[in-house]
Design a protein around this ligand. Structure first.
Ligand SMILES: Cc1cc2nc3c(=O)[nH]c(=O)nc-3n(C[C@H](O)[C@H](O)[C@H](O)COP(=O)(O)OP(=O)(O)OC[C@H]3O[C@@H](n4cnc5c(N)ncnc54)[C@H](O)[C@@H]3O)c2cc1C
Length: 461
């Protein structure tokens, strides 16, 4: 039996609104209807559009038509497998609109959007309202799924709820490399002047000679940039984007002068190389990712080079000659909240649990991750409306690991994440030894455990 909260009547509590009919919002609304509850889905297009959307359809794929790998036992496949298992509308639409794409699940974007739009429009429990929402509703349950290009008025309303310091408008992410692919003989662990500002000692330092530094700066300046996605990205190429000074792309820093990087993210001061007893000419610092087992972030190396160029250029860093990249750097317009500061494992705002976040704005990156958080927020919103405490999915699953990352990553360095094996819990000691030399077998085992967890989880989750 639902208990009233916030002094609202039961009828007011039962109102569920979903803001934004993109990938996350459409999936959330569908899940609420599948739970047998009515909801209202708001979409501002076509009356008002975003810099990336071109149609009035729901779940429009704004750039690539790929929902990433569908090869068994990859992390992206696991996430899709779990979504299919839990009755995702987007996964059904993808199956119906699939086009050949090798190992990837690629779709005809128009058919995909059409399949989602018609399913939603013909669902009697979903009322579609085509208008811009300019403020977070003050009653009922709200799923905020307005995406990376949330309109200005609503973004201001969200900032009022979260504090403007916890809502970001520009995304700048640095590459992440697999720990096992770092050449430990070349790097050294140390924090500046033997003290870490974070109170931790997790930095690995890649030391540069003058010649190595000169070569890296030249390579950065001459590297090929990624194709522009949106107006904002195009402006990057003309140098017009007002980057935040605290997270400038490395190309931009290098352009300001040959030595600027040495006084910025590649500053060597206070870092004694134990092999020479001296500070190197320059360093690249690698920071262990707290919530991502076995991976390191290239501190301050956000950039917008093409992915192959990042691989080529950053493998010039001493110690990273054979680095395996789990994620590449990127920069683009992206509205998202600081998940660990604001959200719990069930995507509810800690300060107002009747408000949930889903999709890119909740702090994930990617189409499938947006669908995934939409599915979860929809299920959790339905539970709330029934007076049931929402429960996170098991940590062993890709879905559970994604929300675990959102809620528990380090809020001081929060960056949106794609699903990857380093977000899932590491295998136990025995399994690690058993599969020591076989990465494929390790991944297969992680997937097996995830599927087992989802098959046996409590039906109410
Ligand atoms: C330019 C660009 C390219 C991208 N390319 C890729 C890619 O190739 N592959 C990939 O995996 N990911 C990509 N992403 C990241 C991400 O996966 C997509 O943005 C994805 O669509 C996010 O899903 P979402 O549901 O969070 O947001 P969206 O799909 O953008 O949905 C949000 C919806 O909310 C609506 N809306 C916004 N404000 C309001 C309001 N105030 N009132 C009512 N409605 C509102 C919007 O019109 C939109 O329909 C890209 C992002 C951008 C910005």
């Amino acid at each position: 039996m639902a208990r009233p909260y916030n002094g609202k009547s039961l009828t007011q509590q039962l109102i569920i609104r979903v803001l934004g009919a993109g990938l996350a919002g459409s999936e959330a609304a569908w899940q609420i209807a599948r739970a047998g509850l009515p909801c209202t889905l708001y979409e501002m297009r076509p009356a008002r559009t975003t810099p990336a959307h071109t149609t009035a359809g729901f779940a429009e794929l704004v750039c690539s038509n790929s929902l990433k790998s569908d090869s068994e036992n990859t992390a992206s496949w696991l996430l899709k497998h779990e979504l299919r298992r839990l009755g995702s509308l987007a996964m059904q639409a993808a199956a119906a609109s699939r086009v050949p794409g090798g190992h990837a699940l690629t779709v005809d974007r128009d058919l995909f959007s059409l399949a989602v739009t018609s399913a939603i429009e013909s669902e009697p429990l979903i009322t579609v309202v085509r208008e811009e929402v300019t403020a977070i509703p003050e009653d009922g349950i709200t799923v905020v799924a307005t995406g990376p290009l949330t309109s200005g008025a609503l973004a201001a309303s969200i900032a009022g709820l979260t504090g403007s310091g916890n809502l970001y408008f520009y995304d700048s992410i640095s590459p992440i490399v697999e720990a096992g692919s770092i050449d430990r003989a070349q790097v050294f662990a140390a924090s500046r002047y033997g003290k870490s500002l974070d109170g931790g000692d997790d930095y690995l330092n890649c030391p540069f000679t003058r010649e190595q530094y000169d070569a890296l700066v030249d390579a950065i300046l001459n590297a090929q940039s990624a194709a522009a996605h949106i107006d904002e990205d195009r402006a990057i190429h003309q140098g017009k984007v007002p980057f935040f000074e605290s997270c400038l792309p490395v190309e931009e820093i290098a352009r300001r002068g040959h030595h600027t990087l040495r006084f910025g993210p590649m500053k060597p001061v206070g870092l004694d190389d134990p092999r020479t007893g001296r500070w190197p000419y320059a360093v690249v610092q690698l920071r262990q990712e707290d919530q991502r087992a076995g991976s390191y972030n290239l501190v301050g190396f956000q950039n917008y080079m093409t992915f192959p160029e990042q691989k080529r250029v950053f493998r010039m860093i001493p110690g990273l000659e054979h680095a395996e990249f789990l994620r590449y750097g990127q920069i683009h317009r992206n509205t998202y909240v600081n998940g660990p500061e604001l959200l719990n494992d069930t995507l509810q705002l800690k300060s107002q649990p009747r408000i949930l976040f889903a999709g890119q704005i909740s702090g994930v990156e990617g189409y499938v991750e947006s669908i995934a958080t939409g599915l979860l927020a929809g299920r959790h919103a339905a539970a709330l409306a029934r007076g049931i405490q929402p429960q996170p999915l098991p940590r062993a699953t890709a879905l559970g690991s994604l929300t675990h990352y959102i809620a528990h990553a380090d809020p001081r360095h929060y960056q949106p994440a794609n699903i990857a094996f380093d977000l899932l819990p590491p295998l136990d000691e025995e399994a690690r030894i058993r599969f020591k030399r076989d990465k494929k077998a390790r991944h297969a085992e992680v997937c097996r455990l995830a599927i087992e967890a989802i098959e046996t989880m409590d039906a109410h989750v």
